[in-house]
Design a protein around this ligand. Sequence first.
Ligand SMILES: Nc1ncnc2c1ncn2[C@@H]1O[C@H](COP(=O)(O)OP(=O)(O)OP(=O)(O)O)[C@@H](O)[C@H]1O
Ligand SMILES: [Mg+2]
Length: 306
Amino acid sequence: MIILIMFNFIGKGGVGKTTSAALSAISLSNKGKTLVVSLDPAHNLGDVLGVELSEEPKRIAPGLWASEPDVDKIIREYAKNISEEFKQHYKYLRVLNLDKVFDVLEHTPGVEEQALLQKLMELKNTDFDYVVVDNAPTGIALRVLLLPQIMLTWMNYLLKLRKDIVKRREIVEEKKVHDPVLELLEKEIQELEEFDKYLKSKHHKVILVLNAEEMPVLEAIRIKDTLNKFSMKPCAVIVNKLIIQDTSDPTLVSMKESQQKWLKKIHEEFKDMQIVKLPYLPVPPKGVERLRELAKEYLGEGICKV
Ligand SMILES: Nc1ncnc2c1ncn2[C@@H]1O[C@H](COP(=O)(O)OP(=O)(O)OP(=O)(O)O)[C@@H](O)[C@H]1O
Ligand SMILES: [Mg+2]
């Protein structure tokens, strides 16, 4: 069976994640059916591609689809489904007047990450060869990728507690007890374990996007270290907005020198990864055709050996 390959673009705000994701998706679409999807609530994928996008994947070039799902709607629907499920299994909450707790679930810390994780899990099961994910700036994207492992730690603990409860009920009732909550926990744990394994496999590619400046470089190093701790290894670094032209403008000369210093640090820190360098362009790259030209010029060897 052919397994879909997912690419997650992560980096500090404004460094060029959306541009790099669009560029890579165009390059990948020469090799297989590709979807580029924005999971940033403040979408600009459509602006970069020069196409109006919506929730439904839209075919924008041969082999290439793009979409901008309504992230707030994903979160609202996720919270609604969870509330319904809880209300069904824990009917006594209504008696205690606690069911209103679930009505505010969508605003609860952590729910946004869970809803986005759910979306990634859905994307993995689509019939594309490649799914390219344009993420919101670092924090949330990183938390979503780490979430399965974190959730599994406490869900396995919950499973143990629930099994103890069921065992006691079986002793009291002197018969086998069918427990829907236990079943649900087991099902969710299995799904999470599978996805966690997938995220750590060769089918999941993390690409760090940065500029050759202090803050984006330091942030990318932190992301790499955190991912490594959770057994995920980024495969490529895209250094965007490099000043490459000859110039006598003193400001540009000084920026160029500073970038060269940070570029050296990038080569040291990310030496075992593919390093793609994209120039600072006088006109911001937009539109499928312009991006295709750039992909040909700078992503000729592909991304992450794909
Ligand atoms: N190589 C480049 N040369 C010139 N301008 C660029 C380049 N790459 C990106 N830009 C411009 O920089 C801005 C930020 O780029 P982009 O939206 O790709 O970054 P981002 O990391 O996705 O930002 P955000 O964190 O806001 O989502 C855009 O206006 C884009 O057109
Ligand atoms: Mg973006």
